[in-house]
Design a protein around this ligand. Structure first.
Ligand code: TMP
Length: 236
C-alpha cells in the first residue's frame, strides 16, 4: 500500500489517495475545532486516540452486521479505508438531552429523552451544517428514500450496540454523530469516525464529561478525558 497525493484536508483528518484506486488512507490530526471552525486548538494525542478508538468500534460494529469503510490500521494515526463518496448528511442520534437540542427545545441537559431522537444535518460548512428533515434530503437529492431508511435503521442499531458497549465501560452514550459513504456499486457503509470528537460520553457514576465538550466549553482536562475513554476501551 503506497500513500500518494493528499486529496482533502478536513478539520480533524487528512485523506490521501493510494496506489489502489479503491482505497484511501485517513490520517488523524491533533487539531480541534468547534462552532464550525470558529474556535481552534490542539488536543495533544487526540489523533492517535481517535484513530485507534474509531477502528476498534468500527470492527465491533462490523462484527454485528453494520457495513463500514474500515480496512486496516497501518500506523497510530493512519488507517486504510474503502473509497466512498460521502453522503452529505450528518446523522445525529440522541438518548439524553444535551448541546444544541437542549438549547433549541429548552430541555435541561441530562434529561432522559422518552424515545431516541434521530436528526439530519446538511453537511455544508458554509451554511453551518443546517438541520434538515427527510423531505429536504429528498428534495435536494442528497439521498434516496431507500438510502435514508437504511441510514436510519443502521443508526438506531449502532446506537443500541454502542450504548451497550459503553455501558459496560461505565460510560453513558448521550448522543453522537455519524456519516455514511457510498461505494461504487451503491452500497451504503458507515464512514468518518466514532470518537470523543463526535460523541458525548458521560461517566455513568459521576456524570463527568469525557468528550470534546471539555474543549468546546473550556472546562480543562481535555487530554485526560480522551485518555480515560481510550483506557477504558482498550485497556491502555
Ligand atoms: P450538538 O448537540 O452540538 O448538535 O451535537 C450533537 C452530537 O454531534 C455531539 O455528540 C457532538 C456531535 N457533533 C459532531 O460530531 N460534529 C459537529 O459538527 C457537531 C455540531 C456535533
Amino acid at each position: 500500500m503506497k500513500k500518494m497525493q493528499q486529496l482533502y484536508e478536513g478539520k480533524a483528518k487528512k485523506v490521501f489517495a493510494t496506489d489502489d484506486p479503491n482505497l484511501y488512507i485517513v490520517d488523524y490530526k491533533d487539531d480541534a475545532t468547534a462552532f464550525n471552525g470558529l474556535k481552534k486548538g490542539t488536543i495533544q494525542g487526540k489523533g492517535v486516540i481517535n484513530n485507534t478508538m474509531t477502528n476498534h468500534l468500527m470492527q465491533y460494529l462490523e462484527k454485528n452486521g453494520i457495513p463500514t469503510h474500515f480496512v486496516e490500521q497501518i500506523s497510530d494515526r493512519e488507517t486504510v479505508v474503502k473509497r466512498v463518496k460521502i453522503v452529505p448528511i450528518e446523522v445525529i442520534v440522541r438518548n439524553i438531552a444535551a448541546g444544541s437540542l437542549s438549547k433549541r427545545l429548552g430541555i435541561p441537559e441530562g434529561t432522559k429523552l422518552q424515545s431516541t431522537v434521530l436528526e439530519f444535518s446538511y453537511k455544508d460548512d458554509d451554511l453551518g451544517d443546517p438541520m434538515i428533515n427527510d423531505y429536504h434530503a429528498l428534495a435536494m437529492g442528497l439521498a434516496t428514500r431507500e438510502e435514508l431508511d437504511l441510514i436510519a435503521s443502521y443508526s438506531f442499531k449502532i446506537n443500541q450496540l454502542l450504548t451497550d458497549y459503553m455501558k459496560d465501560l461505565g460510560i453513558e452514550l448521550i448522543d453522537f454523530k455519524l456519516e455514511y459513504g457510498k461505494l461504487d456499486d451503491g452500497t451504503i457503509v458507515l464512514a468518518d469516525e466514532i470518537s470523543p470528537d463526535t460523541c458525548r460520553f458521560w461517566d455513568s457514576k459521576t456524570g463527568e464529561k469525557l468528550d470534546k465538550d471539555r474543549f468546546r466549553r473550556d472546562m480543562g482536562g481535555v487530554e485526560e478525558a480522551y485518555q480515560e475513554v481510550m483506557h477504558r476501551l482498550m485497556g491502555k
